[in-house]
Design a protein around this ligand. Structure first.
Ligand code: PLP
Length: 408
């Protein structure tokens, strides 16, 4: 028998990939339209990236930007990211320096390299439950101990009182995500203040990782005011910033999931450690992709217009999901203010979320994810991604409605 390393044994795959595979199998045998699966499982926009960003990529490729570049990212991109973070977080010029930025293939490397640089076996890490599955995996990969914290049912913000009580002398890191996957919840400035107090009280012993990949995708301001700052962030306070890891990327905001480009903003000492990890793992991100990222993150009318259009689509889709879910028997609704996920409470049906999801796929031909893919706290919930086109979202919701109506 092959003996794999202990560190990979606890790791599970992301549920979305397993669901995509199962759905693809059904699609392959479908002969009629209504047998084809409607995909509401993966958190991936189906709109195209901004055309001027695609053009920038191919021009860079043709210019020959095809060699190794700096492992932390090109200076042009790191400078652009520093300005972008200052702009979106309403921070004074010079608050973020290129040396604090580390670019990676997606936001995930920022999460994983940050953990690899910080965590020793036995360290405890507070992670949201329900939360993005990579959080648990990256902690386990380091031999550290994931300590799930619940979200408050009314707001889907972290239960900060719980976090305060669960902090031990082994706690090294707290992971937060706002707007959050899978709930779409956003937490307010009071939660941010409480988290800052926890950090300040730990006298530099505890780090905080803020995953802000959905920070531009929120419905708090009108679509005409999209340049408005991201929701409140612990990163904004210079007094605790030397213990904060900000992670973001272009996958969701600019529908650039397959470009593989994201970044972390960290104190420069941590950036040096993460740079060494970058050198010995992915090496660097493709320079032509980085050039495209510069184009997307530069302050421009085209970028604002793109985002306004994307947000108008997600807002429409969200409202379609909410209106149609209101007619599902035994479904309790929660109104998301951010990201592109609806978090439907179907616990009244007294069936495991996993079983409901399997039946939805097999019988109703609609793919969604069970809340339990995001932790035990997701039992009784379904995650519906409305990142696709409105017609598909409507058709998927129609199938979910019919499925539950037949069950009732
Ligand atoms: N963080 C969260 C909360 C996500 O939902 C995702 C993607 O689904 C990521 C990070 C990963 O983003 P990327 O594709 O840029 O690595």
């Amino acid at each position: 028998p092959i003996s794999f390393a202990d560190r990979v044994l606890p790791l599970k795959n992301e549920g979305a990939y397993a669901m995509m595979k199962a759905a693809a199998r059904l699609d392959a045998s479908a002969t009629r339209e209504h047998e084809r699966v409607v995909h509401l499982e993966i958190g991936q926009p189906t709109i195209s990236p901004p055309p001027h960003v695609v053009r920038a990529l191919s021009e860079a490729l043709e210019r020959g930007e095809t060699k190794y570049v700096h492992p932390k990212g090109t200076l042009a991109l790191r400078e652009t990211i520093a300005r972008y973070v200052e702009r979106t977080h309403s921070l004074p010029a010079g608050s973020v320096l290129p040396e604090n930025v580390i670019v990676g293939p997606g936001a995930k490397p920022g999460l994983v390299l940050g953990c690899l640089a910080l965590l020793n076996p036995g360290d405890e890490v507070l992670i949201p439950d329900p939360g993005f599955p990579t959080y648990r995996a990256m902690v386990e990969l380091c031999g550290a101990i994931p300590v799930p914290y619940p979200l408050l049912p009314d707001t889907n913000a972290p239960d900060v009182a719980f976090i305060g009580k669960r902090i031990s002398n082994r706690t090294k890191l707290i992971v937060i995500n706002s707007p959050g996957n899978p709930t779409g919840g956003i937490f307010g400035s009071e939660d941010t203040q409480s988290l800052k107090r926890i950090l300040a009280g730990a006298a530099g012993r505890i780090w905080l990782m803020t995953d802000e990949i959905y920070s531009r995708l929120h419905y708090l301001s009108s679509t005409s005011n999209l340049a408005a700052a991201v929701p409140s962030s612990v990163f904004d306070d210079p007094e605790v910033r030397d213990r904060v890891i900000l992670v973001d990327g272009l996958s969701k905001t600019f529908a650039m999931t397959g470009f593989r480009v994201g970044y972390a903003v960290v104190p420069s000492s941590l950036a040096e450690r993460m740079e060494v990890l970058a050198v010995h793992s992915f090496g660097c991100v493709a320079p032509f992709v980085q050039h495209a990222a510069v184009t997307a993150l530069t302050d421009s009318v085209e970028n604002d217009a793109y985002l306004a259009q994307a947000m108008a689509l997600y807002r429409t889709n969200r409202d379609v999901v909410l209106a149609m879910a209101a007619d599902i028997p035994g479904c309790r609704l929660w109104r998301p203010d951010g990201a592109f996920y609806a978090w439907l409470d179907v616990s009244a049906h007294r069936q495991s979320a996993q079983l409901i999801v399997c039946e939805l796929l097999e019988r109703a031909r609609v793919a969604v994810l069970p809340g339990t893919d995001f932790g035990a706290g997701g039992e009784g919930f379904l995650r519906v991604s409305y990142a696709g086109d409105t017609a598909s979202v409507r058709e998927g919701m129609r199938r979910i409605q019919r499925f539950f109506a037949e069950k009732a």
